[in-house]
Design a protein around this ligand. Structure first.
Ligand code: ITT
Ligand code: NA
Length: 207
């Protein structure tokens, strides 16, 4: 069984909606989040650790909100920003800027203890480059292969609207609708996570 490794129930709802509840189940495991401004490195390390912990195929989801006028803040520190200043005050900070553009990014890191070279590789060149970049940087265990899938979506920050979703969804508007005003399927069709899940699903189906 594929394990979606996260402590965040909002992420799990979206992954189950996309992949199907029979195909994936949550592993509520708090892997070590290394200090890095690179979501891919954070996720790759997490996926190796989660696979070693669970002994089952592991998919780690590292994501964040990047506010252009704030030089990408909170980015990889989004979870910390949500817990400390919160969504309202993040909006207040952004509302003082003329430029309200932001993006969400999600990197999924997959590790099942196997290598990827022998299998046909339908994934585009960017993903292979990213996978190589995530590669060995420590002892032998660190050398477990990890495959990365990234998704991004651009939007505009607005005053909070909507009851759905999680995290910064109420202040993230895409084509007139905030992510918190969308259902899971609607959000997955356009979101950073949905796009990363689509790349993963396409690759995993061939595996
Ligand atoms: P895990 O590490 O256990 O998966 P987490 O919530 O701490 O849970 P991250 O470290 O990836 O996950 O932090 C991502 C944060 O970015 C998350 O807590 C939200 O504040 C924000 N975020 C990411 N994706 C989001 C989304 O789809 N909608 C709203 N906020 C999102
Ligand atoms: Na986290």
């Amino acid at each position: 069984m594929l394990r979606y490794v996260t402590t965040n129930p909002g992420k799990v709802r979206e992954a189950e909606e996309y992949l199907g509840e029979e195909a994936v189940s949550q592993l509520d495991y708090d892997y070590t989040e290394i200090q890095s401004d690179d979501l891919g490195r954070i996720a790759a390390r997490g996926a190796r650790e989660a696979y070693r912990h669970a002994g089952e195929p592991a998919l780690v989801d590292d994501a964040g909100l990047f506010i252009r006028a704030l030089s990408g803040f909170p980015g990889p520190y989004s979870s910390y920003a949500e817990d400390t200043i919160g969504v309202e005050r993040t909006w207040e900070l952004a509302s003082e800027e003329d430029d309200r553009a932001a993006s969400f990014r999600c990197v999924l890191a997959y590790c099942d203890g196997e290598g990827f070279d022998a299998s046909p590789d339908p994934v585009d060149k960017d993903d292979r480059v990213a996978a190589a970049a995530a590669g060995p940087d420590g002892d032998d265990e660190e050398a477990l292969p990890v495959k990365l899938f990234e998704g991004r979506v651009r939007g505009t920050l607005v005053e909070p609207r909507g009851e759905g979703g999680f995290g910064f969804d109420p202040i993230f508007e895409h084509e007139g609708t905030t992510f918190a005003e969308m259902g899971e399927a609607e959000k997955n069709a356009i979101s950073h996570r949905g796009r990363a899940l689509a790349k993963f699903a396409e690759w995993h189906a061939e595996r």
